[in-house]
Design a protein around this ligand. Sequence first.
Ligand SMILES: *[C@@H]1O[C@H](CO)[C@@H](O)[C@H](O)[C@H]1NC(C)=O
Ligand SMILES: *[C@@H]1O[C@H](CO)[C@@H](O)[C@H](O)[C@H]1NC(C)=O
Ligand SMILES: *[C@@H]1O[C@H](CO)[C@@H](O)[C@H](O)[C@H]1NC(C)=O
Length: 457
Amino acid sequence: METGEKAVKTTFVPSTFLKKTGTVILALLILTAFCTYITYTGYAEKYSVFLNGPVAPGPQNEIKDLLHGLKHVSSIQRSALPRSSHFISDISDNNPSSRFYSVWSEETTQIARKTTQEDRKKILVWNPWPTISMLGRRACPSMPQCEFTKDRREVADANAVIFWFATIPHVYNSSWFPQSRPADQHWIMRTPDCPHFTRNHDWKSYGGVFNRTMTYRNDSDIYMPWGHITQLYEEIARKPDTLGRHYPKQKDKIVIWYVSNCYKHLTRFAYANELMKYIQVDVFGGCGADYCGLGPGGRDCFTNHLRQYKFYLAFENFKCVEYITEKFWLNGLKRDAVPVVLGAPRRDYERFAPPNSFIHVDDFKSPRALASYLLYLSKHDDKYMQYFAWKTNPPKNLPPYKGAWCEVCKKLVQVNPKERKVYNDIDKWWRGENYEFCEPVVMLDGIRRKELAVHYP
Ligand SMILES: *[C@@H]1O[C@H](CO)[C@@H](O)[C@H](O)[C@H]1NC(C)=O
Ligand SMILES: *[C@@H]1O[C@H](CO)[C@@H](O)[C@H](O)[C@H]1NC(C)=O
Ligand SMILES: *[C@@H]1O[C@H](CO)[C@@H](O)[C@H](O)[C@H]1NC(C)=O
């Protein structure tokens, strides 16, 4: 509770107040008392997240990875501060040699690799994730010098070893990891999930273990977003638009929400419940009606279903900086339903997504105002169609991006063989120095209780 109280004080009191006197100080005291009251009474209740809610039907593969991390929840934790408003990149800019890792050069490099060709790279995935496929040289066809493998026996020859964070020990235990470690081998921490999903791990115990990071965050050594603007435009170029100007006419329904993690206290439920008072929202997935099922045709069914709607609620589970998932890229943008987003701050979407491709809830003073805007757009085809203009206007200078496997390969090829790097404080790197990268929520024991889940009839 202490941290929460402190957070409220430091965040909501503008610094100009401090320069004034008398009544202002009194007001400040009253405000503090009020905040303390809120903290001790309503706050914890309001921001609770109950994990292990019902697991959903629906297009499952995309969320499997996410759900996996939720299975063994038994701790109560809380991140300390509300989401801060700074860019992650600002931090790195101010601190080229960051507080969280050390970089150095090892002059006497004895390369023990057996590889005959200098530029050949072998990458071992130590604990493969369920959806892993495309190994060997097919993982990144444009860079055949990189070979990926799942065979642990090849560890001594590997230039890099990738560890999927969800299934590594919760506390660092050296016996789980490779027993020998060449000085020039890169250990890569990989996670597609946001800090709330990885909170059961004792990140502090992993200080000094990993050389590289591979996450959705752009300041990772290896960038692995859930979707990428360059790949999106490449796909559009390969499969030109078939619906074109007829979008609105084929879309006779307005708002759809597929939602499968039903923990009642996630911010998005309060928002959606309010929104539903002013506009019809058709809810499917684990928290609503079943529509496509899990069968073989599930994916096509899902696509066709989404295409009947003008808007798709791409509401993330958690509000974390730069955390924009498949809900946005795959369900919204690729399936031609304009995504209405709640999650990362607007400027993150602006940085990563095509221009004017989404509607951000933060732009509206209330869910009601958002509802009127959606209703307005649904009656004005020309205005609605502006949300598809990005498709035919690719921005100039799209950054090259061929997927996370290629990024790994590129990194290994480009990095100076003498360069060494290690994350001494991966906890703070990942969650923010003051744990500010995610909006705080209280994590309670995962008890599967019906009354803790939201279900729309
Ligand atoms: C570390 O892992 C080994 C083998 O997996 C296990 O026997 C040992 O108890 C673990 N140590 C700790 C401290 O958890
Ligand atoms: C991601 O980081 C790179 C390298 O720092 C930078 O050049 C690029 O502009 C960043 N991209 C976004 C979308 O912020
Ligand atoms: C990785 O980190 C370890 C531990 O600090 C270090 O010994 C090793 O040289 C580093 N490797 C690379 C390639 O940076």
